[in-house]
Design a protein around this ligand. Structure first.
Ligand code: SF4
Length: 430
C-alpha cells in the first residue's frame, strides 16, 4: 500500500467525497469544513460518469468502482481543474473481495493520466488521520454519520405517506443543511457540538412530523439490505427505494452505522485472536465503542417515538441471526450483515426483503444462494436480489412483481409489525 499513502496535504485543496449516501457525503464534507478544509460531495452522476467508468476500467471491476472512478475522472474534466488543489476521498478495507484493490487502482489511473498531484485521502487507521485533525475529526464524522442515518430513516418513514408530493424531500434537504451547519461551526467543543447537532435533529424531527401525511398501514414494508455502496448510492441502484415507494411500498434501508458497528466488532475479535484479550489495545477499542454508543444514544433519543417498531439492532444480534447460514467466525463482510439483517427485518414485521447488489458482487452472489433457505425457515417471506451494473431494463416491472409478492405475504404473515404513533393516530381518527 506504499503508493497509496498520502504524500500530500489537504491544505489548499477541495476534497470530493463519494455519495454513500448523499447525506453521508454532506455530513462528511461539513466535518472537514469544521477544520478549515474545503469539501463537498462529488457532483451528481450521469451517463458520462458511466462512460468514464467504463473507459478507465477493464470490465473485471465491480460497478461501484466504475461509478466512483467515473465521478473522479469527471472532476478532472471540469473547467479550472487543478490537480494540486484537488483531493478525492476513497474508503478502503482489506476485505475478502476486490474492494481492497480499488484504492491502488484509482491511484494508478490518476498517475497514468498525469494527475500525480491529486491526493487520495483514504480514511483508514493506516495513516492515523494525522493531516486531517485526528480523533476530533473521527468523532465529529461519526456523529455526522449517525445524524445522516437518522435523517434518512425519517425521510423513508415519511415520504411514502406524504400528501403533497415532494414535501418530504424538501424537509430532508433543509434538515440536512441545518445539521451540516451545526457540524461545520469551527472552534466548538465536542459537548457543545453534540448539543447543537441534537437541537438541529430535534428541529428536523418536528418538521418531518408536521408534514401532512396519510399513514396507511396497508403499505407493505420492504427491508433493503446489500452491498453498501450500491445500496446507498441512489445513482448506482437507479433509485430503487423511490421506485418501491412509487409502487406502494415503504422501505427500511440498512444504514451506514451498521457497517461501523460491524468493523468495531471485527476489531475486537482480531485483538482477541492475537491473544490480547486483556490489553491496552483492547481497552482502546472498547472505549472507542463506548464513546460512539454514547454519542449515538444522545442523537437518537429525540426520535424514540418516531422509531418505535423500527429500532436498529445491535450488530451482535445480526451476526447471531446469520450464524446458522454464514458463521461470522469464518464468513466476513457484508454478506453476513445482509443475511442477518434480512432475518431481523422479518422479525420486525417486514413484508419482503430486497438485496441490492452490484452485478458479479461476491457478497450478493453468496447471499442469493442462501436466501431461499432463509425464506423457507422464516415463514416464506419473499426475498429477491436486484443486481445493478448500469444497464438495467424492466426494473419497474420487476419491482411491481416483487411488491405483489410482498402484499400477498403481508396478508398471511404471522409476524406482526409494531407501528409508530403516527399510524396509531390515523387508526384512532378513523
Ligand atoms: S463488495 Fe462486491 S461490489 Fe464491493 S468490491 Fe466486493 S465484490 Fe465488488
Amino acid at each position: 500500500m506504499s503508493n497509496t499513502k498520502p504524500k500530500h496535504s489537504l491544505k489548499g485543496r477541495t476534497l470530493y467525497i463519494p455519495r454513500m449516501p448523499y447525506s453521508g457525503a454532506r455530513v462528511m464534507a461539513a466535518t472537514f469544513e469544521s477544520i478549515g478544509v474545503e469539501a463537498r460531495p462529488v457532483p451528481p452522476s450521469d451517463e458520462h460518469t458511466k462512460e468514464l467508468g467504463n473507459k478507465y476500467t477493464s470490465g473485471d471491476e465491480c460497478y461501484p468502482e466504475k461509478v466512483t472512478l467515473g465521478n473522479f475522472m469527471g472532476i478532472t474534466e471540469q473547467e479550472g481543474f487543478d490537480p494540486k488543489k484537488t483531493a478525492f476521498m476513497m474508503m478502503t478495507a482489506n476485505g475478502p473481495c476486490r474492494f481492497g484493490q480499488y484504492l491502488i487502482y484509482q491511484r494508478k489511473v490518476l498517475d497514468d493520466n498525469g494527475f500525480e498531484d491529486v491526493m487520495i485521502l483514504s480514511p483508514t487507521s493506516e495513516n492515523s488521520y494525522e493531516d486531517i485533525g485526528g480523533q476530533d475529526v473521527i468523532r465529529t464524522a461519526w456523529r455526522g454519520m449517525v445524524s445522516s442515518d437518522i435523517l434518512m430513516k425519517m425521510l423513508l418513514k415519511t415520504r411514502p405517506y406524504e400528501i403533497n408530493k415532494g414535501e418530504t424531500d424538501e424537509v430532508f434537504e433543509a434538515s440536512l443543511n441545518d445539521v451540516c451547519d451545526a457540524i461545520r461551526e469551527p472552534g466548538v467543543t465536542h459537548k457543545k457540538k453534540l448539543t447543537n447537532m441534537r437541537n438541529a435533529l430535534t428541529r428536523a424531527r418536528d418538521a418531518f412530523r408536521a408534514i401532512p401525511a396519510d399513514y396507511d398501514p396497508e403499505r407493505p414494508l420492504i427491508g433493503v439490505v446489500g452491498e453498501i455502496f450500491c445500496r446507498l448510492n441512489m445513482f448506482s441502484n437507479e433509485d430503487l427505494v423511490r421506485k418501491i415507494e412509487e409502487q406502494g411500498g415503504e422501505c427500511w434501508l440498512s444504514d451506514v452505522s451498521e457497517w461501523v458497528w460491524y468493523t468495531n466488532n471485527e476489531q475486537q475479535d482480531n485483538i482477541r485472536k492475537k491473544g490480547k484479550r486483556v490489553s491496552l489495545e483492547m481497552l482502546g477499542a472498547k472505549i472507542k465503542n463506548a464513546v460512539q454508543r454514547k454519542d449515538e444514544h444522545a442523537l437518537l433519543e429525540p426520535f424514540h417515538e418516531d422509531f418505535k417498531g423500527s429500532e436498529e439492532p445491535d450488530v451482535e444480534e445480526v451476526l447471531n441471526y446469520s450464524y446458522p447460514y454464514l458463521p461470522y467466525t469464518g464468513a466476513l463482510g457484508e454478506m453476513v450483515l445482509s443475511v442477518g439483517k434480512a432475518i431481523y427485518l422479518h422479525k420486525k414485521g417486514a413484508d419482503g426483503i430486497v438485496d441490492i447488489s452490484p452485478f458479479t458482487c461476491m457478497n450478493g452472489i453468496v447471499c442469493e444462494a442462501i436466501y431461499p433457505v432463509v425464506s423457507r425457515d422464516y415463514d416464506h417471506i419473499p426475498i429477491r436480489t436486484f443486481y445493478f451494473d448500469g444497464t438495467q431494463s424492466d426494473l419497474e416491472s420487476d419491482v411491481g412483481i416483487f411488491l405483489e409478492l410482498a402484499k400477498a405475504y403481508k396478508r398471511r404473515k404471522r409476524t406482526k409489525r409494531v407501528y409508530s404513533f403516527k399510524f396509531e393516530a390515523r387508526a384512532k381518527a378513523a
